[in-house]
Structures are given as structure tokens and as C-alpha cells.
Write a protein that binds this ligand. Structure first.
Ligand code: NAP
Length: 482
């Protein structure tokens, strides 16, 4: 692989270019606030050019044999794993997470390519006779067509591969608009896929600081047949309304407000271990992050003490430093938001067991924080914290805890800790979420369906369901004569 920061242009129709008006935007290192480099800042004209390239490539790409599509993905998977250090360094530089976590993201991201390389050659259909025996019916899987993929900054590589992998496998062409904070990972992906043999125009990447101006005309223009979005619920709602204009098929991976329930019979050490993952992975900047801890009153003091000991001992620092366990938040508004949420909870009666303030001078660091006695009306109970803050409430009645856990418009994931198998299933079934971590603090895996219910999203990514989002099912009917 060429050096990851080599690619700083738009990638349209297989060519690197400047933006139509020559504008560039800075990529900031959140560990020190300094500019890493600048990248081309796409305009609406560039967006239209990218869609035109995707449209031009669609017919021949759809006809490309599934085995060929599969092998391109497989080669890209191998290249990413071989270049894990370069990709990980790039993620850490533009996004901030510690290098060890960035390596984990590269492996996770690459696995989507391997998984969908295996799915590309298993696109089955159906054949049957209609009930009255008069007709033959065939159901065929076909690519939905040119796709628009919009991704957030928190997993800059994996949120791309989770969409690009199934789109390539299904035979779709695409335009990727990465988050402006983290365009370099997406540009590096374009380079690796090109080296793996992806034809020109199949993947086009348009970083831009002018998302609204670039995206709306594309969604309404009629050429884009599929929108796959990962980001906040607020922006998801807006894009759903825009997608309605040309009745664009949509997948929405939106925000979460995960409950983390610890019952009185839970294995407390396992619950604390898992809480460290569910809360601290990605500095808490994950849609799956545990946002509200509900802990039985019999064990709440022990749980909070153990969690605070672990959280308080974490080393906060720049992600590239070898001993760093917690990196900076993405940008100053995120730091201000986390600070305000903690201050609000404390002003309403929550108690700080550890942390509770920003850390270090430069960069956007916040100390790992544990709050107890969090009142139900604290803003962080109904806001995605997106930071390293564990907010603990206690409960005495399990039914009431489940009711409180479900008392949110979001429904992405929930975590349950108990050793009682009946309660484990009862609570898992009662939680209004798309995914449950049962005695475990992480649910994501490329081989399983990821997604939410309620206002956390529409559709699933990963697993054997992920590719369906990029396919249409066509019915072909013919008479059956004796
Ligand atoms: P965001 O503000 O919603 O932005 C996500 C993407 O949408 C960015 O590329 C952004 O670009 C773009 N965007 C914003 N407004 C737009 C508009 N009007 N038209 C077109 N594109 C627009 O979210 P974020 O802060 O990057 O990411 C954090 C959110 O993502 C959290 O809510 C998190 O829970 C969610 N998330 C969900 C999942 C999941 O799988 N469910 C996974 C990861 C993250 P600009 O920044 O330039 O506007």
C-alpha cells in the first residue's frame, strides 16, 4: 500500500482530482488540535460527477461474475490485514483512538470484506409453482443500483467497509461521503480496492465540508437508488425525508441510548469487565456505548466502586503513545457536550466517584468518569453521551428497571448481566432493542446482523442479512402448460 496520507483528493471514476472550486479542508489531529493535512473539499458539481461515474459503471459491474467481485473483496481484505499498522496509524491520527483499538478496528473493518467476499457467491433466488399449478415463478436477486453511502467519524474505516463490502458483493456501484473529520481512512480504502482490481467508477469517494448542499440534490436527482446512512438520528430523519422525494430505498444505522442492567445475582467481576468494554471502547464514542447503567440496589455500591477503580486507573493520552488506553474526544464541541452533560447531572444531585472533568491541556481529553445516584431527569439519561462517562442509577424491582430501560425513543442495543437463565431470556426479550449483549459487553461482529429498532434505525448491516439491503428481488412469472 502507498502511504495512507498520500491520498488527499476526491476519487471519482477511478481518478484522483481536486474539487471543482479548488477548495480544501483541514483534517485535525484531535490529540493536539493541529492540522494533519488538507483534503479536497467536494462541491455539488463533484457530487454529481461522482454519481454520473457510478451510473456509468453500474451495468457492466452488475454483469461482472460474482466470483470476480468476491476475489476483489478478498484481495482487499488481505491487503488491509497486511498493512494493519499503516491503517491503524491513520485511524489514530485522524480520529484519536489508541493504537491498540485502531488495530482492532482495522481487523473488524477488513472482516466485512472477507465476509462479503464469501456472501457474493451465495446470492440465491427461488423457484416454484403457484398454488393453483398454472404458473412458474422465479425470484431473482439483482443489485439495487447506484448507492449513496454516508458514514460518521467514530469508526472511520469499519463504517465504510460495512457498507462497501455488501454493495460490491451485490453488484452495486456507489458514492461514499465520509465524515469531514475523518476522510483519510475512506480515501485509503479507495486506494486499496483499486489495487485489488475494483473497476473505475464502482467506488467514488467525495469528502466534503458541505454535506447538505452536496447530498440533497443527489438524493432527489433520481439516479441514486439506495441510501445507506450511519450517523445521528437527527440527521437520519432529515435524510429519510429527502430520500422520500425519489422514493430511494434506505438503510439507517442511527444513534443509541443503551441500557446496561446488572441484576442482583450477576457475576459482578464479569459485569465490571464487560462494562469497561461497553462503556470505554472508542472512548465511549460508539453508538453501542452503555449510556445508562441500571444496577440492583444490593450490588450497586460494589459495582460502582469496582468500576471506578478500573476507570480511574486508565491512562489518558494521545493514541499514538504506547501506554495510552483512552484517547481524546473527536473535537471541541464533543468535549463541551460531555462536560455540560456531567455538570448538569451533578447539579441535579449525581455524585462523582472518579473523573468528572476535562484532562490535559492540548487536545480534547476527558477523564474516565463514574457517576452514581444519577437522577432520571439528568440530561445524559436522554442524550447520547458519546464520551467516557458511566452514569449509574439503582433499582429494586426488575420490571421497573426494564420499563426505565425502554423509556427512550432509541432501541439499538441493551446489555444484561444475570446468572439466572429465565431472567436472562425474559429481560432480553422484553428490551426494545435490535441487539442484546447477554453477560457480554460487545455485540458487533461482521457475521451477525447489526441494527436497531425504534428511532435507532431501519435495516441490518452484516451477517447474511446485510447484503439484502443492496438487492432487489425480481419476480419472473411464466405459464405452465401441460
Ligand atoms: P452525524 O452528525 O449524523 O453525521 C454523520 C454523517 O452524516 C457525516 O458524514 C455528516 O457529515 C453527514 N451529514 C450530516 N448532516 C448531513 C446532511 N444534512 N446531509 C447529508 N449528510 C449529512 O453523526 P456523527 O456525529 O458523525 O456520528 C455520531 C452518530 O453516529 C451518533 O449518533 C452515533 O450513535 C451514530 N452511529 C451509529 C452507528 C450505528 O451503526 N447505529 C454506528 C456509528 C455511529 P457532516 O459532519 O459534514 O455534516
Amino acid at each position: 500500500m502507498s502511504h495512507p496520507t498520500d491520498h488527499k483528493g476526491l476519487f471519482i471514476g477511478g481518478r484522483w482530482s481536486d474539487s471543482a472550486d479548488g477548495a480544501r479542508m483541514p483534517v485535525i489531529n484531535p490529540a493536539n488540535g493541529e492540522t494533519l493535512c488538507t483534503v479536497a473539499d467536494g462541491t455539488p458539481t463533484d457530487g454529481r460527477a461522482a454519481v454520473a461515474a457510478a451510473v456509468a459503471a453500474q451495468a457492466s459491474w452488475a454483469k461482472t461474475p460474482p466470483r470476480v467481485r468476491s476475489e476483489i473483496l478478498y484481495r482487499a481484505y488481505e491487503a488491509m490485514v497486511a498493512d494493519i499498522e499503516q491503517f491503524a496509524t491513520l485511524i489514530t491520527l485522524e480520529m484519536g483512538k489508541p493504537l491498540a483499538e485502531a488495530r482492532g478496528e482495522v481487523r473488524y473493518a477488513a472482516e466485512f470484506f472477507r465476509w462479503f467476499a464469501e456472501e457474493a457467491v451465495r446470492l440465491d433466488g427461488d423457484f416454484g409453482h403457484t398454488p393453483d399449478g398454472s404458473t412458474r415463478a422465479m425470484v431473482l436477486a439483482q443489485p439495487v443500483g447506484p448507492c449513496l453511502l454516508i458514514t460518521p467519524w467514530n469508526f472511520p474505516l469499519a463504517m465504510g467497509t460495512r457498507k462497501i463490502g455488501p454493495a460490491i458483493a451485490a453488484g452495486c456501484t456507489m458514492v461514499l461521503k465520509p465524515a469531514p473529520q475523518t476522510p483519510l481512512s475512506s480515501l485509503a480504502l479507495a486506494a486499496v480496492l483499486t489495487e485489488a482490481g475494483l473497476p473505475d467508477g464502482v467506488l467514488n469517494v467525495v469528502p466534503t465540508s458541505r454535506a447538505a448542499a452536496v447530498v440533497e440534490p443527489l438524493l432527489k436527482g433520481g439516479d441514486i437508488r439506495k441510501l445507506s446512512f450511519t450517523g445521528s438520528t437527527e440527521v437520519g430523519r432529515l435524510l429519510l425525508a429527502q430520500a422520500a422525494h425519489a422514493v430511494v430505498k434506505t438503510s439507517m444505522e442511527l444513534g443509541g441510548n443503551a441500557p446496561f442492567l446488572v441484576l442482583d445475582d450477576a457475576d459482578l467481576d464479569r459485569a465490571v469487565d464487560s462494562a469497561m468494554t461497553a462503556k470505554m471502547r472508542n472512548m465511549g464514542e460508539a453508538c453501542t456505548a452503555a449510556n445508562r447503567f441500571f444496577v440492583h440496589e444490593a450490588v450497586v455500591d460494589d459495582f460502582a466502586r469496582k468500576l471506578a477503580e478500573r476507570m480511574g486507573a486508565l491512562v489518558v493520552g494521545p493514541g499514538l503513545e504506547a501506554n495510552t488506553q483512552v484517547g481524546p474526544l473527536i473535537d471541541p464541541p464533543s468535549l463541551a457536550k460531555v462536560t455540560a452533560l456531567v455538570d448538569d447531572a451533578v447539579s441535579r444531585g449525581a455524585r462523582v466517584v472518579t473523573g468528572g472533568k476535562a484532562d490535559r491541556g492540548r487536545g480534547y481529553f476527558y477523564r474516565p468518569t463514574v457517576l452514581v445516584d444519577v437522577p432520571a431527569d439528568a440530561n445524559l439519561c436522554f442524550t447520547e453521551i458519546f464520551g467516557p462517562v458511566a452514569a449509574i442509577q439503582s433499582f429494586s424491582d426488575l420490571e421497573d428497571a426494564v420499563r426505565r430501560a425502554n423509556d427512550t425513543e432509541w432501541g439499538l442495543v441493551g446489555y444484561v448481566f444475570t446468572q439466572d437463565v429465565d431472567k436472562a431470556f425474559a429481560v432480553s426479550e422484553a428490551l426494545e432493542v435490535g441487539m442484546v449483549g447477554l453477560n457480554v459487553g460487545i455485540v458487533s461482529n461482521p457475521a451477525t446482523p447489526f441494527g436497531g429498532v425504534k428511532q435507532s434505525g431501519i435495516g441490518r448491516e452484516g451477517g447474511r442479512y446485510g447484503i439484502e439491503e443492496f438487492l432487489e428481488r425480481k419476480l419472473i412469472v411464466m405459464p405452465r402448460r401441460a
